[in-house]
Design a protein around this ligand. Structure first.
Ligand code: AMP
Ligand code: ZN
Length: 460
């Protein structure tokens, strides 16, 4: 498989460090509120990647963290801890908040057929591992103490900024007045924060009671479960400039070698062409989709139709179309299941090959989906195609052999396509072709009428 590596800005052949198992770490949710469907896009990306690697014959071990401490309102260590903020406003403890939203997250990923990572680890249970790294970085001069914490000194790590092509000098010149004047550089980041007495979550350290910075959790937990060096690290593109730069700086400085070989990032989900926003009510949850009658798997289907590296625009029309296509696809799959017609094994092999090649090319799922549709739409209905599509479903995980009801107004894609071709033929005054296409549409059980408003397709 070839993957696009954000670090080298190139598509590279994926070669597992230990030649056997691909070890992969994904930044998980901060459990201070419900994860929205944008977050789910990032977790679906992790799942598509893992399933594709498995499909292509790689063994995979993957780890995801649950952030239940240390993620401040701003990713750059400013503001209150998100967990504590929610806890205060709801009169609950941060632990209760974490438990509630972790359960909600697990329920959502189950509905989306996202396989639970092999290891799902909580930040608050790995303070010792984090402190081990902080102590060493401090002792070796990579970090310094201020009145409110221990900060990583990016000047000691010359490669800082490589992942995001950060122009540090430009950033420094244009920086707002540093909020924390004790920092040597505005981009220096907290490894450990000293806790004021009233701070709810705190642990003992060399510098008294405190709590970890957000970034160190990923470095410490990935190291614990995947070893010093591992293959793939995933996350959303928003993490490139701060969180992941910081992870690289602290891990690589700690190890004195490169911890992660391939950095992979998924682009954002937008809503109606803009940023998802809580205040505008567009940070939709999976439950919002369900309330409107859409299956969570329709959202999964939607994400399969855009490359992970491209922005995806969510609209209600879009999810409606995704649900209809999923219904149609499932019904086609079931038609193949019921039929014993023989099909040449070369045809099956060809589809398989196309599907694999699409996955191998940096997880080109939209291309893989075109093969899925071509196979499903094959005029020969055959159990072999059913078996093939169910094999593809190991990656897609759309429950393709589920009986899904197509609403009366659901016009199958095949019919829509023929109708479009008929329109084109009529434009070209090719009446013979137009009649042939109308007959073909009739054979599929649909009628077509030309009205002043255009052609109208009906079932029956
Ligand atoms: P958080 O809980 O904020 O740490 O985010 C969890 C994951 O969701 C991270 O990998 C983020 O990069 C990702 N993420 C956040 N918003 C979006 C979005 N609109 N589209 C895609 N991924 C997102
Ligand atoms: Zn992370």
């Amino acid at each position: 498989m070839k993957v696009y590596n954000t670090l080298t800005k190139k598509k590279e052949q994926l070669v597992p460090i230990d030649d056997k198992t691909v070890r992969m770490y994904s930044c998980g949710p901060t459990v201070y509120s419900y994860a929205h469907i944008g977050n789910m896009k990032a977790f679906l990306f992790m799942d598509f990647l893992k399933r594709s690697l498995n499909y292509l014959g790689y063994k995979v071990k993957n780890v995801m963290n649950i952030t239940d401490v240390g993620h401040l309102v701003s990713d750059a260590d400013e503001g209150e801890d998100k967990m504590i903020k929610t806890a205060k406003s709801t009169n609950k403890t941060p632990w209760e908040i974490a438990a509630m939203y972790t359960d909600a997250f697990l329920a959502d990923i189950k509905k989306l057929n996202i396989q639970r990572p092999n290891v799902l680890c909580k930040a608050s249970e790995h303070i010792e591992e984090m402190l081990e790294m902080v102590y060493k970085l401090y002792d070796e001069g990579y970090a310094y103490e201020t009145s409110d914490g221990i900060y990583f000194d990016i000047a000691k790590f010359p490669q800082y900024g490589r992942l995001s092509n950060l122009d540090l000098e430009g950033q420094l010149a244009g920086a707002r007045v540093a909020v924390n004047e004790e920092k040597r550089h505005p981009a220096d980041f907290a490894l450990w924060k000293k806790a004021p007495k009233e701070h709810i979550m705190q642990w003992d350290s060399r510098w008294g009671m405190g709590y970890p910075g957000w970034h160190i959790e990923c470095s410490a937990m990935s190291r614990k479960y995947l070893g010093d060096q591992f293959d793939i690290h995933t996350g959303g593109v928003d993490h490139i400039p701060i969180h992941h730069e910081n992870e690289i700086a602290q891990s690589d400085a700690f190890l004195k070698k490169q911890a992660v070989k391939y950095w992979m990032h998924c682009e954002f989900l937008q809503v109606d062409g803009g940023k998802m926003s809580k205040s505008m009510g567009t940070a939709y949850l999976l439950s919002d989709l369900e309330e409107k009658g859409y299956e969570p798997l329709a959202f999964r289907y939607m994400c399969l139709n855009a490359h992970y590296g491209k922005k995806l625009n969510f609209t209600w029309d879009g999810i409606e179309a995704a649900q209809k296509s999923l219904n149609r696809l499932s019904n086609l799959v079931l038609e193949h299941k019921e039929s014993d017609t023989h099909i040449d094994s070369n045809v099956i092999e060809e589809y398989k090959q196309q599907f694999r090649e699409a996955l191998q090319d940096d997880l080109n799922l939209p291309l893989a989906m075109s093969t899925v549709w071509n196979a499903a739409r094959n005029n020969v209905k055959s159990k072999s195609i059913y078996n093939l599509l169910m094999d593809f479903d190991k990656v897609l995980a759309l429950d393709l052999d589920k009986k899904r009801t197509e609403a009366a107004d659901d016009i199958p894609e095949e019919v829509t396509l023929l109708a479009e071709q008929r329109l084109e033929a009529r434009k070209n005054k090719d009446w013979k072709k137009s009649d042939q296409l109308r007959d073909r549409i009739r054979q599929l059980g649909y009628s077509i009428n030309d009205t002043p408003a255009g052609q109208v397709i009906k079932k029956g």
